[in-house]
Design a protein around this ligand. Sequence first.
Ligand SMILES: Nc1ncnc2c1ncn2[C@@H]1O[C@H](COP(=O)(O)OP(=O)(O)OP(=O)(O)O)[C@@H](O)[C@H]1O
Ligand SMILES: [Mg+2]
Length: 283
Amino acid sequence: MTHRLSRREPSASVPLLAAEGVHAGYPGGPDVLDCVSVELRRGTRVALLGANGSGKTTLLRCLSGAHRPRTGDVLVDGVALTHRSGPLRAHRQRVQLVLQDPDDQLFSADVRQDVSFGPVNLGLPDDEVRERVASALSALGLAHVADRAVHQLSYGQRKRVAVAGAVAMQPEVLLLDEPTAGLDPRGVAAMLAALERLERSGTTVVMATHDVDLAWSWADEVAVVLDRVVHQDVLVKVLTDEALLEAAGLAVPWPVALLRRLGREVDVAFPPRTATDVAALLG
Ligand SMILES: Nc1ncnc2c1ncn2[C@@H]1O[C@H](COP(=O)(O)OP(=O)(O)OP(=O)(O)O)[C@@H](O)[C@H]1O
Ligand SMILES: [Mg+2]
């Protein structure tokens, strides 16, 4: 990770990654995103929420450079991305997107080969490739299936292999499209622990999810996609806004719902994020 230390540290007020006035859609169709702006700050966890078909994946694909906005910009350290092969290649080294469906992402015969693909493509020395792959596999609890055929793994295992492939690239930003969907509780905990380790080494993590309780316990900020625009703010502000959540087809996180039933408001400065926090508050 030493390569990052030599990179110019931009001003704290400039987001690491942003969308500014982005209009995006698909050929022959209307805009899915209509003048959308989001800001992803270094080290800030952002959960992206929204109903099916609202545009979460489209926004993540724009941010990753995989989908070109009709108008508007994707900015990295304040500099607009140009959709030419050189800048896009550089962008993808810094910003990795893990797709919602692992089968859209995995294509190699075995797990180790798939996770090695990105680092090998970067032209890294063999030793470093081996080290990165071993560490990514172990972080995602996949060391024991490293030599298995990808198609023989379960869905949850394939999902973790897809994340391991991105982790091995040691990106500055990891965009995860519903990383916990389809995982069992232990798999979710392992995924979150792996992401936390990654954050400690300097990666900023953003995830799209339908799980408001996960967003409540995990995120610093929330961005909700509704009616082609994005509402981004600090966690408590967004996830206590029942009108916004209902319009977006989302539930209120359980600690918020429980406290409201008990006639109590959520403390914005110290929101109870876990069952232990809620118990302490009520005890
Ligand atoms: N390749 C495509 N071609 C045409 N339309 C598309 C394509 N991909 C997505 N769309 C449309 O764009 C809109 C937004 O889709 P998107 O996949 O971004 O939503 P999403 O919020 O990620 O949904 P989900 O929660 O189901 O994953 C939908 O109306 C969808 O039908
Ligand atoms: Mg999606």
